[in-house]
Design a protein around this ligand. Structure first.
Ligand code: ZN
Ligand code: FE
Length: 233
């Protein structure tokens, strides 16, 4: 949606229960819902930025029973929440359930959702393929701790992030880690996908662990330096 945002639709394969994540626009979200059963149970929000929430009220107007869920810490600046959540809270979706992970850094109230069934991480603007979110509100220490939580998830987890930033992230990543053969190969695959107009996400967490310099940073100082270099790259 917009130019490079991703909203996500999650569906419980047993019950058809459907959740929409971070919609910045209304019409494309409604079209995607219609194409996948026409049902919407929940809207999950990762953070308050307009490019993740601007479509919420318009979508809710079409599905008044859909519950809007977001961070309790940011309830004052998110669209009206039906449920405010924090670290460890469980979000049900049909027979499936996800857990809320507090991931400050990009914003102080940013959260992610991990659905072990299906192996899906809704990472918002915390972790991108080959990158991480800008530190607009939180510190490098916040982001380091947030990424460390993701690093503990299973390698086959699919990272569903908020933006198609992978190709520009890849240029910086190769610059920052020129000897990384896995990264070089991943970056070539990204270029091929983009040349064909294809999405580069979701990516596998195991690949991010091998290739993403922000996820590989061994300490806060390294992450802080990488983030500053990327801002100027
Ligand atoms: Zn954002
Ligand atoms: Fe964003």
């Amino acid at each position: 949606m917009l130019s490079d945002n991703y909203a996500w639709l999650l569906q419980c394969s047993k019950t058809g229960a459907t959740a929409l994540v971070d919609p910045p626009e209304v019409e494309p979200a409604l079209a995607a819902i219609a194409a996948h059963g026409g049902r919407l149970d929940k809207i999950l929000l990762t953070h308050h930025h307009g490019d993740h929430v601007a479509g919420v009220d318009g979508v809710r107007a079409h599905f008044p029973k859909a519950l809007v869920i977001g961070a309790a810490a940011d309830a004052h600046r998110l669209p009206k929440l039906d449920r405010a959540v924090a670290e460890g809270d469980v979000v049900e979706l049909g027979d499936s359930s996800g857990v809320v992970i507090d991931t400050p850094g990009h914003t102080v109230g940013h959260i992610a959702y991990y659905f072990a069934d299906g192996g899906v991480l809704l990472a918002g603007d915390t972790l991108f393929s080959l990158g991480c979110g800008r530190l607009l509100e939180g510190t490098a220490a916040d982001m380091f701790a947030s990424l460390a939580k993701f690093a503990k998830l299973p390698g086959e987890t699919l990272v569903c992030c908020g933006h198609e930033y992978t190709q520009s992230n890849a240029r910086f990543a190769v610059h920052a880690d020129p000897g990384n053969a896995a990264l070089a190969a991943f970056a070539r695959g990204v270029d091929e996908k983009r040349a064909q107009g294809l999405a580069t996400v979701p990516s596998r967490l195991a690949d991010e662990m091998m290739c993403n310099p922000f996820l590989r940073a061994p300490d806060v100082a390294t992450l802080a330096t990488l983030r500053e270099q990327k801002n100027k790259f």
